[in-house]
Design a protein around this ligand. Structure first.
Ligand code: GDP
Ligand code: MG
Length: 437
């Protein structure tokens, strides 16, 4: 599903040492592919990723401490925006308020009519009336009666009347007489968009002037859902979308595209066959669902680990070329400090594991090492052999340590360098393991 694919897309970040402009672009290309695969309209997906890219580069993702997480956040924020941002309510201002259901056969209109009636009855203390306007299938009328009985909501039907416009007009009159303040009209759908269905629903729409015309769509139908939505919207200019069957292993793509194609909010979702399986649509929650937030975040953390590995690889090259200097040493220390675990540091500094095993290291010891390195000139860092007695004195003073401590570090560094050189011959793999801890 989409979550997995986005997960995979963000994996691209994993293979690279750092997040660069190049792999931000690569990652977003994968994100785009994932969206398209999940039935998000290609154009929308493209716009989406270019917006995210702009923001990513603008917000200095590259130099942020956790670039991957920032990327996830940007993707999520943009998804939320794409799906409408805010929660959209439904208009109940009419007396009675008329709600018209539209959509293809099997999309879930009858089920949702019942769910909405139940929702309005219990949450908004309304007195709804359900109206059966599917004149083609007697079973559809029976179905709505079963639903009504289940939730204790009255159902208006007229098995003799074959004109849905007439039925809905009769139903309105009945509602006014009997104090129903919400009228929910369930209509017939067909298996595909056709002229006859559009004419019928449009006639009902014109006759009763509903406050809310809702388009019900099966979220499992993917890209088709978007095309259907467009066809219905062109005729009805509906007020909101109901996404049904979001309980299964459904791809979220429809939710993303529909809003941007018809520019109408998704108002409710259906998450099961039971009458209680209705939820107000929250763009934020949907984005979380699509992203599978927890997983993505941990993935991104793994990407950070990978970063270390890449650094280690670079380091290995430097060692091979005899270019390992105090700057690299410092980098290692800082990287491990970022992770916050002293033991990791020992494991990570090449050759240091054995050497420092018996030495009691605490944070202060680190501070000294860092201070000493900071007090070295760039030349001294890359070529420690130039550090003579007077330089040692200067470094000691500059770092607030003693010449003895400077000597100690130089000696340790020297031993370490030798050890690393020794390990080069065939020991590369082992060293990589040591560096990884
Ligand atoms: P209609 O032809 O548009 O009126 O669609 P129905 O309301 O008859 O629903 C068609 C089928 O989809 C029925 O078997 C419903 O039980 C099922 N259904 C409707 N909404 C949902 C939902 O949110 N989740 C699941 N799993 N099934 C649903
Ligand atoms: Mg039906």
């Amino acid at each position: 599903n989409l979550s997995d694919k986005l997960d995979k897309a963000l994996h691209v970040l994993k293979g690279h040492g750092q997040i660069t402009e190049v792999n931000v672009a690569e990652t977003l290309k994968e994100v785009r592919r994932a969206l398209v695969d999940a039935d998000v309209n290609y154009k929308i997906a493209k716009e989406f990723t270019s917006t995210v890219k702009e923001k990513a580069l603008g917000q200095d993702v590259l130099s942020s401490l956790k670039p991957g997480q920032l990327m996830v956040k940007l993707v999520k924020d943009e998804l939320v925006k794409l799906m409408g941002g805010e929660v959209a309510g439904i208009n109940l201002s009419g007396d009675p308020s008329i709600i018209l259901m539209s959509g293809l056969q099997g999309s879930g209109k009858t089920t949702f009519s019942g769910k909405l009636a139940n929702f309005l009855k219990t949450k908004k203390t309304k007195k709804p009336l359900l109206v059966a306007c599917d004149v083609y299938r007697p079973a559809a009328i029976d179905q709505l009666h079963v639903v009504g009985d289940q939730i204790g909501v009255e159902v208006f039907s007229d098995r003799e009347e074959k004109n849905p416009v007439a039925i809905s007009e009769k139903a309105l009159a009945y509602a006014k007489e009997n104090g129903h303040n919400v009228v929910i009209i369930d209509t017939a759908g067909r298996l595909a968009v056709d002229e006859a269905m559009m004419t019928e629903i449009s006639n009902i729409h014109n006759a009763i002037q509903p406050q809310e015309t809702l388009f019900v769509v099966d979220s499992m139908t993917g890209q088709d859902a978007v095309n259907t939505a467009k066809a219905f919207n062109d005729v009805l200019n509906f007020d909101g979308v109901i996404l049904t069957k979001l309980d299964g292993d459904t791809r979220g793509g429809a939710a993303i595209s529909i809003k941007s194609v018809v520019n109408k909010p998704i108002k409710f979702i259906g998450t099961g066959e039971k009458m209680e399986a209705i939820d107000v649509f929250y763009p934020e929650r949907m984005a979380d669902r699509i992203l599978g937030m927890g997983d993505v975040v941990s993935l991104v953390e793994r990407a950070q680990d990978q970063y270390d590995e890449e650094e280690a690889r670079k380091l290995q090259k430097k060692i091979a070329k005899n270019q390992f200097g105090f700057d690299d040493f410092l980098k290692q220390i800082q990287q491990v400090k970022k992770m916050g675990n002293m033991k990791d540091l020992v494991g990570m500094i090449p050759g240091a594991g054995k050497m420092m095993k018996d030495i009691d290291i605490d944070d202060d010891a680190f501070k000294h090492i860092e201070a000493i390195i900071h007090s070295m000139t760039p030349e001294e860092r890359t070529q420690p052999s130039v550090i003579n007695a007077s330089r040692k004195k200067r470094i000691g003073k500059g770092s607030g340590t003693s010449v003895t401590q400077v000597n100690q570090l130089l000696k340790q560094f020297d031993q370490m360098s030798k050890m690393m050189k020794m390990m080069q011959g065939g020991g590369g793999k082992r060293m990589m393991q040591m560096m990884k801890g």
